[in-house]
Design a binder for this molecule. Sequence first.
Ligand code: C2E
Ligand code: C2E
Ligand code: C2E
Length: 89
Amino acid sequence: PTPLGPTPKLVIDLERMQQLPQDKAGPLARYVATIQSQRGDYNGRVLSIRQEDLRSLAVIYDRSPADLTEELINWGVLDPEARRAVDAF
Ligand code: C2E
Ligand code: C2E
Ligand code: C2E
Protein backbone atom coordinates (compact mmCIF):
# COMPACT_ATOMS: atom_id res chain seq x y z
CA PRO A 1 0.00 0.00 0.00
CA THR A 2 1.49 3.36 -1.00
CA PRO A 3 -1.05 6.08 -0.11
CA LEU A 4 1.81 8.58 0.14
CA GLY A 5 3.23 7.80 -3.27
CA PRO A 6 6.54 6.28 -4.30
CA THR A 7 9.63 6.18 -2.11
CA PRO A 8 10.99 9.72 -1.80
CA LYS A 9 14.52 10.53 -2.89
CA LEU A 10 17.26 11.23 -0.38
CA VAL A 11 18.20 14.81 -1.13
CA ILE A 12 21.02 16.42 0.84
CA ASP A 13 20.74 20.18 1.41
CA LEU A 14 24.33 21.24 0.68
CA GLU A 15 23.96 24.83 1.95
CA ARG A 16 22.63 23.63 5.29
CA MET A 17 25.38 20.99 5.45
CA GLN A 18 28.05 23.67 5.09
CA GLN A 19 26.63 25.60 8.06
CA LEU A 20 27.01 22.67 10.46
CA PRO A 21 29.98 22.23 12.84
CA GLN A 22 32.85 20.17 11.38
CA ASP A 23 32.75 17.51 14.10
CA LYS A 24 29.17 16.66 13.14
CA ALA A 25 29.05 17.14 9.39
CA GLY A 26 32.68 16.31 8.54
CA PRO A 27 32.21 12.65 7.52
CA LEU A 28 29.01 13.48 5.61
CA ALA A 29 30.71 16.38 3.83
CA ARG A 30 33.63 14.17 2.76
CA TYR A 31 31.28 11.45 1.51
CA VAL A 32 29.21 13.98 -0.45
CA ALA A 33 32.37 15.54 -1.91
CA THR A 34 33.40 12.09 -3.19
CA ILE A 35 30.06 11.57 -4.94
CA GLN A 36 30.18 15.07 -6.44
CA SER A 37 33.65 14.34 -7.75
CA GLN A 38 32.62 10.94 -9.22
CA ARG A 39 29.65 12.57 -10.99
CA GLY A 40 31.37 15.81 -11.89
CA ASP A 41 28.38 17.47 -10.19
CA TYR A 42 29.80 20.46 -8.28
CA ASN A 43 27.37 23.32 -8.67
CA GLY A 44 24.12 22.03 -7.17
CA ARG A 45 22.35 23.48 -4.14
CA VAL A 46 21.29 19.91 -3.33
CA LEU A 47 22.60 16.40 -4.07
CA SER A 48 20.41 13.32 -4.58
CA ILE A 49 22.12 10.26 -3.12
CA ARG A 50 21.55 6.52 -3.38
CA GLN A 51 19.62 4.62 -0.72
CA GLU A 52 22.71 2.46 -0.52
CA ASP A 53 24.79 5.51 0.37
CA LEU A 54 22.67 6.08 3.47
CA ARG A 55 23.59 2.57 4.60
CA SER A 56 27.28 3.35 4.08
CA LEU A 57 26.93 6.65 5.95
CA ALA A 58 25.22 4.84 8.84
CA VAL A 59 28.25 2.55 9.12
CA ILE A 60 30.57 5.57 9.05
CA TYR A 61 28.56 7.27 11.82
CA ASP A 62 28.18 3.98 13.74
CA ARG A 63 24.38 4.40 13.85
CA SER A 64 21.44 2.53 12.40
CA PRO A 65 20.16 3.98 9.11
CA ALA A 66 16.95 5.04 10.91
CA ASP A 67 18.89 6.80 13.70
CA LEU A 68 21.17 8.56 11.27
CA THR A 69 18.18 9.66 9.19
CA GLU A 70 16.61 11.25 12.29
CA GLU A 71 19.89 13.04 12.99
CA LEU A 72 20.16 14.34 9.44
CA ILE A 73 16.55 15.56 9.62
CA ASN A 74 17.35 17.30 12.94
CA TRP A 75 20.36 18.96 11.34
CA GLY A 76 18.11 20.14 8.50
CA VAL A 77 20.10 18.41 5.73
CA LEU A 78 17.33 15.88 4.94
CA ASP A 79 13.62 16.53 4.53
CA PRO A 80 11.34 14.71 7.04
CA GLU A 81 9.94 12.87 4.00
CA ALA A 82 13.23 10.94 3.97
CA ARG A 83 11.89 8.79 6.84
CA ARG A 84 9.80 6.93 4.28
CA ALA A 85 12.89 6.18 2.20
CA VAL A 86 14.45 4.44 5.20
CA ASP A 87 11.24 2.56 6.01
CA ALA A 88 11.68 0.99 2.57
CA PHE A 89 14.98 -0.64 3.64
P1 C2E B 1 28.17 3.58 -12.20
O1 C2E B 1 27.45 3.18 -10.95
O2 C2E B 1 28.70 2.49 -13.05
O3 C2E B 1 27.15 4.47 -13.05
C1 C2E B 1 27.50 4.86 -14.37
C2 C2E B 1 26.56 5.94 -14.84
O4 C2E B 1 25.20 5.43 -14.87
C3 C2E B 1 26.53 7.17 -13.95
O5 C2E B 1 27.56 8.05 -14.32
C4 C2E B 1 25.15 7.74 -14.27
O6 C2E B 1 25.18 8.44 -15.49
C5 C2E B 1 24.32 6.50 -14.46
N1 C2E B 1 23.63 6.10 -13.21
C6 C2E B 1 23.88 5.03 -12.43
N2 C2E B 1 22.99 4.95 -11.43
C7 C2E B 1 22.16 6.01 -11.58
C8 C2E B 1 21.03 6.47 -10.84
O7 C2E B 1 20.55 5.90 -9.82
N3 C2E B 1 20.46 7.62 -11.29
C9 C2E B 1 20.94 8.30 -12.36
N4 C2E B 1 20.35 9.46 -12.72
N5 C2E B 1 21.98 7.87 -13.10
C10 C2E B 1 22.58 6.74 -12.70
P2 C2E B 1 28.06 9.15 -13.26
O8 C2E B 1 26.91 9.88 -12.65
O9 C2E B 1 29.07 9.99 -13.98
O10 C2E B 1 28.80 8.33 -12.11
C11 C2E B 1 30.03 7.67 -12.36
C12 C2E B 1 30.32 6.68 -11.25
O11 C2E B 1 30.47 7.37 -10.01
C13 C2E B 1 29.23 5.65 -11.03
O12 C2E B 1 29.39 4.56 -11.89
C14 C2E B 1 29.47 5.26 -9.58
O13 C2E B 1 30.54 4.33 -9.50
C15 C2E B 1 29.93 6.57 -8.96
N6 C2E B 1 28.79 7.31 -8.38
C16 C2E B 1 28.19 8.41 -8.86
N7 C2E B 1 27.21 8.82 -8.07
C17 C2E B 1 27.17 7.95 -7.03
C18 C2E B 1 26.36 7.87 -5.88
O14 C2E B 1 25.42 8.63 -5.64
N8 C2E B 1 26.63 6.85 -5.01
C19 C2E B 1 27.62 5.94 -5.27
N9 C2E B 1 27.79 4.95 -4.38
N10 C2E B 1 28.40 5.99 -6.35
C20 C2E B 1 28.18 6.99 -7.23
P1 C2E C 1 13.94 16.47 -8.76
O1 C2E C 1 14.64 15.18 -8.63
O2 C2E C 1 12.81 16.74 -7.83
O3 C2E C 1 15.05 17.61 -8.62
C1 C2E C 1 14.68 18.96 -8.56
C2 C2E C 1 15.88 19.86 -8.71
O4 C2E C 1 16.77 19.64 -7.60
C3 C2E C 1 16.73 19.57 -9.96
O5 C2E C 1 16.22 20.31 -11.06
C4 C2E C 1 18.09 20.07 -9.55
O6 C2E C 1 18.14 21.47 -9.68
C5 C2E C 1 18.13 19.74 -8.07
N1 C2E C 1 18.81 18.45 -7.84
C6 C2E C 1 18.28 17.29 -7.37
N2 C2E C 1 19.22 16.35 -7.21
C7 C2E C 1 20.39 16.92 -7.60
C8 C2E C 1 21.73 16.44 -7.65
O7 C2E C 1 22.08 15.27 -7.28
N3 C2E C 1 22.67 17.31 -8.11
C9 C2E C 1 22.33 18.58 -8.51
N4 C2E C 1 23.32 19.35 -8.98
N5 C2E C 1 21.08 19.06 -8.47
C10 C2E C 1 20.13 18.25 -8.01
P2 C2E C 1 16.53 19.79 -12.54
O8 C2E C 1 17.95 19.43 -12.71
O9 C2E C 1 15.96 20.84 -13.46
O10 C2E C 1 15.66 18.45 -12.70
C11 C2E C 1 14.23 18.52 -12.69
C12 C2E C 1 13.64 17.14 -12.58
O11 C2E C 1 14.06 16.34 -13.72
C13 C2E C 1 14.11 16.35 -11.37
O12 C2E C 1 13.33 16.66 -10.24
C14 C2E C 1 13.86 14.93 -11.83
O13 C2E C 1 12.49 14.62 -11.74
C15 C2E C 1 14.25 15.00 -13.31
N6 C2E C 1 15.68 14.64 -13.41
C16 C2E C 1 16.75 15.44 -13.60
N7 C2E C 1 17.87 14.75 -13.65
C17 C2E C 1 17.52 13.44 -13.47
C18 C2E C 1 18.23 12.24 -13.41
O14 C2E C 1 19.47 12.18 -13.52
N8 C2E C 1 17.51 11.10 -13.20
C19 C2E C 1 16.16 11.12 -13.08
N9 C2E C 1 15.50 9.97 -12.90
N10 C2E C 1 15.44 12.26 -13.12
C20 C2E C 1 16.11 13.38 -13.31
P1 C2E D 1 16.97 8.51 -10.03
O1 C2E D 1 17.95 8.78 -11.11
O2 C2E D 1 15.57 9.03 -10.19
O3 C2E D 1 16.91 6.91 -9.84
C1 C2E D 1 15.93 6.30 -8.97
C2 C2E D 1 16.29 4.85 -8.73
O4 C2E D 1 16.28 4.12 -9.98
C3 C2E D 1 17.69 4.67 -8.16
O5 C2E D 1 17.61 4.81 -6.74
C4 C2E D 1 18.01 3.24 -8.60
O6 C2E D 1 17.39 2.31 -7.75
C5 C2E D 1 17.37 3.16 -9.97
N1 C2E D 1 18.32 3.51 -11.03
C6 C2E D 1 18.32 4.62 -11.83
N2 C2E D 1 19.31 4.57 -12.73
C7 C2E D 1 19.98 3.41 -12.50
C8 C2E D 1 21.14 2.79 -13.12
O7 C2E D 1 21.76 3.31 -14.05
N3 C2E D 1 21.54 1.59 -12.59
C9 C2E D 1 20.88 1.02 -11.53
N4 C2E D 1 21.38 -0.15 -11.06
N5 C2E D 1 19.79 1.56 -10.95
C10 C2E D 1 19.35 2.75 -11.43
P2 C2E D 1 18.94 5.18 -5.92
O8 C2E D 1 20.06 4.26 -6.33
O9 C2E D 1 18.54 5.16 -4.48
O10 C2E D 1 19.34 6.65 -6.36
C11 C2E D 1 18.58 7.77 -5.93
C12 C2E D 1 18.95 9.00 -6.71
O11 C2E D 1 20.33 9.34 -6.50
C13 C2E D 1 18.83 8.86 -8.23
O12 C2E D 1 17.49 9.07 -8.62
C14 C2E D 1 19.76 9.96 -8.71
O13 C2E D 1 19.12 11.22 -8.56
C15 C2E D 1 20.88 9.89 -7.71
N6 C2E D 1 21.96 9.00 -8.21
C16 C2E D 1 22.25 7.78 -7.75
N7 C2E D 1 23.31 7.26 -8.37
C17 C2E D 1 23.71 8.18 -9.27
C18 C2E D 1 24.79 8.22 -10.23
O14 C2E D 1 25.59 7.27 -10.38
N8 C2E D 1 24.90 9.34 -10.97
C19 C2E D 1 24.01 10.38 -10.82
N9 C2E D 1 24.18 11.44 -11.62
N10 C2E D 1 22.96 10.37 -9.95
C20 C2E D 1 22.84 9.30 -9.18
